[in-house]
Design a binder for this molecule. Sequence first.
Ligand code: GLA
Length: 404
Amino acid sequence: MTHDTSSLVSDSDSRFEHLQAAFAERFGEGPGDLVLARAPGRVNLVGGHTDYNDGFVLPATIDRAIYMALRRREDQMVHLRSLDFEEEARYTLPESSFRQLPKWAQYVAGVVEELHVSHGLDSGFEGVLLGDVPLGAGLGSSAALEVAAAEGLKDLFRIEISPQETALLCQTAEHEYVGVQCGVMDQVAVRVGRAGHALSLDCRTLDHEHVPLPLSEANIMIADSRVSRELADSKYNERRSECEKGVAFLRQFDDSVEALGDVDRSLFREHAGEMEEAIRRRCRHVISENERVRESAEALRKGDLAAFGMLMSASHESLRDDYEVSIAELDQLVTTARNTDGVYGARMTGAGFGGCVVCLTADEVIPALQKRLIEQYEKQFGRAPTLYVVEDNLETVTLNQSRA
Ligand code: GLA
């Protein structure tokens, strides 16, 4: 299952070399296949909090990724080393006490467990990993870690699972073993995202289309507020249950409604007045956001960046006012970006309550935008945001270095 990925990995060569050297140093050269895997982070361009409502999203992968080198062992032991954390995790398959492992290893162990249950891994393995996806910034670091592990192990143990099933397996691992009830967007975006494209994804069916990004005209810039997302998990679950309440209410009038993704504007309008205020606003966000995703994908197909940018900005307002998942820092970054000539649009991205803002901007204004974002943020919040220009959208790849 060695893929022809020569053109896709050149940018990562030095990381793969570093990984291989670190692997050899820790575990020795030895015989057996050495599988290298890479899975990128992602940024969501439009479609906030729609994925767990069986709605639509429009993410793109970024140029930061998690890298892993893996080799089978003769025994049942799993032995991993994180080069970033300078930590090791070691256990015997199958594992039951996940909580004792370092957090990064829990993500991998969840994927291992899911693969073991579904396909029966016939031995343990050893591996090293590293990455440069900012952690906890809402850029898909968890999904990148899960997908890199899943793809690496599939290659190592010659397991055939479709990309969509792999994404679902990774999502289940995160639900069951890490305890985060995330939607499916991140894992699918990371697994099937394509270089130079955004991914228009139906989160119910996982049907998707790769929509070209107009990278010659515009760039994606990410501003990390560096506010840690302490509230994110509890508020995320609260929003999920508010959406469920909205579904239960609307189902009284149309029993085909299984998720907010099934609700159109007319059904909502007809009954909105009878809904509890907070639930009404959450529903209004999801229903209007689903429309925005479809319109954004259409704008992108036509290369209409002005329309696309306006939809991004409308998405932010809806997340801020109706879904109430933004914070002052994110609002300020969005406002500064939008007030800069040459910026098409900006919005918060990820779960909210911290994390990042994504901007779509003309190339030539990037230096001015960077300067303004830093100056104004420092002035108001006393520290600088971290800025990233996405140079490239990486894809998930594996390389099998067979050794006799
Ligand atoms: C987090 C989750 C995703 C999605 C976003 C909000 O990033 O992991 O599944 O729900 O929040 O759009």
